[in-house]
Design a protein around this ligand. Structure first.
Ligand code: FES
Length: 115
């Protein structure tokens, strides 16, 4: 449909999910992942303050450039790679149609939200 985009997501078990995202309701990628009931915490609500929405970008559909706040959070996060982004900092827009991402491991070993 005209106001929808497709995003491919690989979960932590290696399963591929096709996410459909509306571009006209001001969502970010973390919120879209949660809407599809996939396991991303989004603990800080999208403020770039928790890194629980970390993903790896697998194609060049979205820039790897980050704001200072996003970079500062990733500097403190676990499992960070060169292609890491915070999903909450990526707006759902037509420009990211076809994006392919992978969920990063949880930010701590026991996933007790004790960050
Ligand atoms: S939801 Fe907290 S950094 Fe993205």
């Amino acid at each position: 449909m005209e106001n929808e985009i497709n995003i491919e997501l690989i979960d932590r078990e290696g399963a591929l999910h096709n996410l459909i995202g509306p571009t006209d309701v001001n969502l970010n990628l973390m919120e879209l992942i949660k809407l599809h009931e996939l396991p991303v915490d989004g603990t800080c609500g999208g403020m770039a303050m928790c890194a629980s929405c970390q993903i790896y970008v697998l194609n060049d559909v979205v820039s790897l450039e980050k704001s200072e706040d996003e970079q500062a959070m990733l500097d403190e996060a676990w499992h960070v790679q060169d292609n890491s982004r915070l999903a909450c900092q990526i707006p759902i827009s037509k420009e990211i149609n076809g994006l392919k991402i992978e969920l990063a491991p949880f930010n701590d070993d026991n996933h007790d939200d004790d960050w």
